[in-house]
Design a protein around this ligand. Structure first.
Ligand code: HEC
Length: 134
């Protein structure tokens, strides 16, 4: 009997040992890396500043944008009618869709940007956007 239960326990323990690091590295929410996101934000910098107090460029300054309704972060920026009418609120899901393909998410947007095709890169950039606030 002891032999039998030991042989069952061993694979179970092994599976737990193997899975534990995988589970620990996979939180339920988007697990972006803000440090990598800061580097990957380079493609956005052509049009966006991000530090508090920096001016708008082709696109609005993005400091504090996470959690806000679309087209409200910079009241003086000339947002498109399409983005103003979108009724989006910038959270993980809406930013993910927006950064995948802005023109598809909001037809008529002024953000003429091809998008970030890789999900891990979008997660990193979103984590970075969360971290840049006043
Ligand atoms: C070619 C210029 C350009 C590039 C590159 C660009 N954007 Fe934009 N972005 C814009 C413009 C213009 C708007 C305003 C869109 C509108 O009014 O329809 C905007 C709007 C946004 C908004 C909404 C802001 C608000 O106040 O609601 C977010 C978030 C955003 N961009 C994130 C990004 C990120 C992240 C990247 C890089 C992955 C990026 N953008 C790349 C031009 C650009």
């Amino acid at each position: 009997m002891t032999k039998f239960s030991a042989s069952l326990a061993a694979p179970a323990l092994l599976a737990t040992a193997l899975l534990a690091p995988v589970l620990a590295a996979t939180p339920a929410l988007a697990a972006g890396d803000p440090v990598r996101g800061a580097q990957q934000f380079i493609v956005c910098k052509a049009c966006h500043t991000v530090d508090a107090g920096q001016p708008d460029r082709t696109g609005p300054n993005l400091n504090g944008v996470f959690g806000k309704p679309a087209a409200t972060n910079r009241p003086r920026f000339k947002y498109s009618a399409a983005l103003k009418a979108s009724r989006l609120v910038w959270d993980d899901a809406t930013l993910d869709a927006w950064l995948t393909d802005p023109v598809k998410k909001v037809p008529g947007t002024a953000m003429h940007f091809i998008g970030v095709p890789r999900k891990p890169n979008r997660d990193n950039i979103i984590a970075y956007l969360k971290s840049v606030k006043p």
